[in-house]
Design a protein around this ligand. Structure first.
Ligand code: FES
Length: 160
C-alpha cells in the first residue's frame, strides 16, 4: 500500500518534515490536487498520494497500516456531501472516520494525526489549504514512530 521509496527519514538535520499519506477520491479530491498542481498553487511537499475510487473505499485498516509503516499523519479526502459518484461512499467514509477518530487514543495515536476533508475537483486552492493545515497540525505533534517502534521491538523480541 505505502510504497515510500525515499529512504531519508522524516527528520533531517533537526527539521521535521512530516510524511503524510493522503487517500484521495479519484473524482473530486484527486482532481482538486491536480488542479492545484496545474495552477501552480504552493503547498508543502509532505503528502504521498494514494488515489482511490471513492473515499468510501478507504478501510480504517489502511489508515492504521500507513501509521504503522512510518507515516506521521493520514489524510482522507473525498467529494462534498451529495456529490459522491457512488451516492453514499463519502457518508460511509465520514462515519468510519468518526469511529476511528475516537479509537485512535485507545491505540496510543494522537487523533490529530488523522484528518478527513471534502475537496471538489474545482477547489485547487482549498486542496492546498487542507494540505497546509494538516501538515502544520502533524508537524506540531512531531514524528510518529509509536506503532513502527512497537512493531520493531516485537520483532526484535521474537528474534531473541
Ligand atoms: Fe468521491 Fe465517493 S466518489 S467520495
Amino acid at each position: 500500500m505505502m510504497a515510500d521509496t525515499n529512504p531519508v527519514p522524516s527528520t533531517v538535520s533537526g527539521d521535521f518534515e512530516p510524511r503524510i499519506v493522503a487517500f484521495l477520491c479519484n473524482w473530486c479530491s484527486y482532481a482538486g490536487a491536480d488542479l492545484a498542481g496545474i495552477s501552480r498553487i504552493q503547498y508543502p511537499p509532505s503528502i504521498r498520494v494514494v488515489r482511490v475510487p471513492c473515499s468510501g473505499r478507504v478501510d480504517p485498516f489502511y489508515i492504521l497500516k500507513a501509521l504503522q509503516q512510518g507515516a506521521d499523519g493520514v489524510l482522507v479526502s473525498g467529494c462534498h456531501p451529495g456529490d459522491c459518484h457512488y451516492l453514499t461512499g463519502n457518508y460511509v467514509a465520514r462515519r468510519r472516520f468518526a469511529v476511528l477518530h475516537d479509537l485512535l487514543g485507545f491505540f496510543g495515536i494522537e487523533p490529530g494525526r488523522v484528518s478527513f476533508s471534502w475537496v471538489s475537483a474545482a477547489e485547487g486552492e482549498r486542496f492546498a489549504e487542507v494540505v497546509r493545515e494538516v501538515t502544520e497540525r502533524v508537524r506540531a505533534l512531531g514524528p510518529s514512530n509509536r506503532l513502527a517502534d512497537a512493531r520493531l521491538t516485537e520483532k526484535a523480541e521474537r528474534a531473541g
